[in-house]
Design a protein around this ligand. Structure first.
Ligand code: AMP
Ligand code: MG
Length: 406
């Protein structure tokens, strides 16, 4: 058996060494894609000192209570002001550039407009108030987003704010999916005696789509050596292939021998619960090259957890996703157990499905690896060491599904 951490340290670096081809895409098509280059700012944001309020731009030293000031210019956003004439003030609006000479803005709530159109200030201003400084958000030359960032909606806004219209990103990953099991029937079909519905394909395809992968699924493959080899070969042009079920050593488990035939196999029993047998390797392509392969267990919870813990980060690394230094450990934080538990096995660590509300982790009652509701009704996994004893109130390691999907 191999510890999960050791497995991750062996498998992830393989993906980190690869460099995927890149392509230029418009910002509106860049959501979820991984940046292939650092993006530098070629301008300051904001470009000019500008007003943070609707009000009056003034020379603060000139302002005294009860004095009347002429309004010498009007500066709406999108215009370019004149220098402020001494002894006068400028009407100004949020976002408009500060006229040269003015050193602060008085908000209009602190100003009375007299009948003769002069203005009187009811509060004395501080120099600098309500001015948003040029470059206070982003300054010219700064790296705004680093290579390896997976772009979210705010990142797109940030790029737009510096005028970037297209970015270089890794091309989309092509990921093949197959689910093995002669008992599997697809939703929408009638179940024959002994059949169950195929759910793994839907979990994986959904997760892969949220990662922007191009998914090619061949669906259900019966438990048969030839059919398994044929399915694997048909997916060989993908960057990676994921298959569920059939990775144990029973007579009906054909995935490992099939991989040995069509490529190369490394397999492990991972010292974790749920989801211990995992096959890894590659499928050889006819014209040369290879596709990475993961064979995960068929149990719905094991397959989803193994996907999130092992495969998803691997695919992210293949795409070039990085967060500064690559962190091989899982992003855990501490939460307080609202349950008692003893990890029954002294050789395997255990991941428990829990729901965390304000740092308190409640255990989902049924922890069987076949129970998909245990994933649907929880927020993440508590990670317990081999043989660990937990008492209510103990602080334990927790990794949220949300963090796993980042
Ligand atoms: P296996 O790893 O092939 O021994 O499968 C373990 C368990 O997971 C069995 O009860 C299977 O029926 C179930 N299973 C396998 N594949 C799927 C799937 N695609 N969807 C739902 N359950 C599955
Ligand atoms: Mg099976």
């Amino acid at each position: 058996m191999i510890d999960l951490n050791d497995l991750l340290e062996q498998v992830w670096p393989i993906a980190a060494q690869q460099a995927l081809a890149t392509e230029a895409v418009g910002l509106k098509h860049a959501l979820g894609r991984v940046l292939a280059q650092d993006v530098f700012a070629e301008l300051n944001v904001p470009q000019h000192d500008n007003s943070g309020m609707d009000g009056y731009a003034v020379r603060s030293a000139e302002i005294q209570a009860n004095n009347r000031f002429q309004v010498s210019q009007r500066v709406p956003a999108g215009t370019s002001p004149q220098a402020l004439q001494p002894g006068t003030v400028a009407r100004i609006f949020t976002g408009a550039p500060i006229p040269p000479g003015a050193d602060c803005v008085v908000m209009q709530e602190d100003v009375v407009v007299n009948e003769d159109a002069t203005v009187t200030f009811t509060a004395l201003p501080r120099p600098g108030q309500w001015i948003r400084r040029a470059g206070e958000d982003i300054s010219t030359g700064q790296v705004v987003l680093a290579k390896g960032t997976r772009l979210d909606a705010v990142h797109l806004g940030l790029l737009a704010s510096i005028g970037v219209a297209t970015v270089a990103v890794a091309r989309r990953l092509k990921v093949g999916v197959m689910v093995t099991g002669s008992e599997l029937q697809n939703p929408g079909q009638h179940l024959q005696p002994g059949q169950i519905y195929n759910s793994n394909e839907y979990v994986w395809c959904g997760l892969l789509e949220t990662m922007n992968a191009v998914v090619r699924s061949v669906g259900v493959v019966p438990d048969n050596f030839q059919a398994t080899c044929a399915a694997l070969e048909s997916l060989a042009d993908c960057d990676a292939v994921i298959s569920s079920g059939g990775v144990s050593v029973g007579e009906e488990d054909h995935v490992k021998p099939a991989i040995e035939k069509v490529g190369q196999l490394r397999s492990w029993k991972v010292a974790m619960k749920p989801g211990k047998p995992i096959a890894f390797g590659h499928i050889d392509r006819q014209g040369g090259g290879q596709s990475w392969f993961f064979g995960l267990p068929g149990n719905p919870v094991s397959s989803a957890v193994a996907f999130q813990l092992i495969v998803k980060p691997f695919l992210g690394l293949l795409e070039g996703q990085r967060e500064g230094e690559v962190d091989w450990r899982l992003r855990v934080r501490k939460v307080q157990a609202a349950f008692d538990w003893l990890v029954p096995d002294s050789r395997r660590e255990e991941f428990l499905r829990v729901d965390v509300q304000s740092n308190s982790a409640s255990l989902f009652a049924n922890q069987s690896s076949g129970v998909l509701t245990s994933l649907a009704r929880t927020s993440g996994l508590v990670r317990l060491a081999k043989g660990q004893q937990v008492k209510t109130g103990d602080w334990v390691d927790y990794v949220s599904y949300q963090d796993l999907m980042k």
